[in-house]
Ligand binder design. Structure first.
Ligand code: AMP
Length: 189
């Protein structure tokens, strides 16, 4: 299975992505996690992206696209994948399409995790207390929300028109949301 999960910051993408990926036995790839690991490890890439992430802006497409293509080309991605946090704009959508179609592959489904915008900021501020992510402060959150609405939200229509969109209500217990995603994906298969 080749899957994407899309949702606003705070919608619970990361939490759901790992459980869904293990449910279907595919590799979960989170671009945000890759960047955070590089920042933590003090790599060149980490140094390049730290200020961008702290501001809540998008890392340049050429950097992000290359990382994803490289990761998808590794042997553990052969059995399928769930991409969390990528693509995030229409340029990345076409970079991914070009890569997959070059291998004769395509996406199976795009999970759209839907959460009332008013709940999102509260969730993020709570996460800030628990995980201490440096981009979970009020100013950065505001920018991440606006980047999401202007750049990422249009992907939902794009994938709906492509017949790939699987909208799922993202409000509730983690396990409830998980079961909804599995039910919705299984209903398609
Ligand atoms: P996330 O963990 O998905 O919320 O991502 C955290 C941050 O990493 C984002 O606010 C961006 O700065 C950066 N990032 C993650 N994925 C992407 C992407 N596909 N394109 C550009 N920047 C990204």
């Amino acid at each position: 299975m080749r899957l994407l999960i899309i949702g606003a910051p705070g919608a619970g993408k990361g939490t759901q992505a790992s459980a869904i990926a293990s449910h279907y036995g595919v590799l979960a790839i989170s671009t945000g996690d890759i960047f955070r690991a590089n920042i933590k490890g003090g790599t060149e890439l980490g140094k390049k992206v730290k200020a961008i992430m702290d501001a809540g802006d998008l890392v340049p497409d050429e950097v992000t696209d290359e990382i994803v293509v490289d990761r998808l080309g590794q042997p553990d991605a052969v059995g399928g994948f769930l991409l969390d946090g990528y693509p995030r704009n229409l340029h990345q959508v076409s970079a991914l399409d070009t890569y997959l179609s070059g291998k004769g592959e395509s996406l199976d489904a795009v999970i759209s995790l839907e959460v009332d915008p008013e709940l999102l900021t509260a969730r993020l501020l709570k996460r800030a207390e628990i995980e201490g992510r440096s981009d979970d402060n009020e100013e950065t959150i505001r920018n991440r929300m606006s980047v999401y609405s202007s750049q990422t939200e249009p992907l939902i229509d794009h994938y709906r028109q492509a017949g790939l969109l699987v909208p799922v209500d993202g409000v509730g217990e983690i396990s409830e949301v998980h079961d909804r995603i599995v039910a919705a994906l299984d209903a398609r298969a």
